[in-house]
Design a protein around this ligand. Sequence first.
Ligand SMILES: NC(=O)c1ccc[n+]([C@@H]2O[C@H](COP(=O)([O-])OP(=O)(O)OC[C@H]3O[C@@H](n4cnc5c(N)ncnc54)[C@H](OP(=O)(O)O)[C@@H]3O)[C@@H](O)[C@H]2O)c1
Length: 181
Amino acid sequence: MKVTLVLVTSVNGKLTEGDNTNIYKWTSKEDQQYFFSLIEKSRAIIMGRKTYEAAKHKIKLVPGKLRIILTKNPIKYTNITGQLEFSSEQPKKIIDRLRKENYREVLIVGGNSVAASFLNAKLIDTISLTLEPYLFGRGIHFLDKEISAVKLILFRVKKLNNRGTLLLQYKINRLELKSFF
Ligand SMILES: NC(=O)c1ccc[n+]([C@@H]2O[C@H](COP(=O)([O-])OP(=O)(O)OC[C@H]3O[C@@H](n4cnc5c(N)ncnc54)[C@H](OP(=O)(O)O)[C@@H]3O)[C@@H](O)[C@H]2O)c1
């Protein structure tokens, strides 16, 4: 099973512009098309509770597509079997469960604490990072939580538009990391 972390940031690594939770104000239509094409294809999507709150007006629940929302208080929310699950399980437990249930690809769509916990648990295989040509002062950083060093291999770069939006795709290099330290 392949686990992909998908994020879009400013050039200086911000997931949001200040406190504004609406990222579609500054992300390009080309990145949005790319992101929603991944969502369309994916059968399992994992996100943090705050990302869910920010995006829920755009989320269309459909049979056959499972959204897992991480929260420490899953009891506060109502699950819809096979479509919407609120969970406080450890990342490894979730991934093991999805593997047993024969999911072939899983998308992790943020935010930063979710990215950090899946990276720390070494559960991410590829990272798809779009850089939008902005610098933001305040805002949530892609990774401001403690993580162990991760060595990446860039396998694709694509300029998505004339403004300079870049799609960068990386694999996690687990083998070299072992010999590196
Ligand atoms: N640019 C991008 O690609 C991108 C991607 C994602 C999000 N965003 C934006 O970023 C903002 C939210 O991101 P964020 O990083 O602040 O928050 P987040 O990661 O989406 O949500 C944080 C919350 O998720 C829950 N959580 C996270 N890790 C958990 C774990 N291991 N176990 C159990 N619960 C866990 C906790 O919920 P409880 O408090 O309920 O316990 C925590 O408060 C939104 O505005 C969103 O639009 C941008």
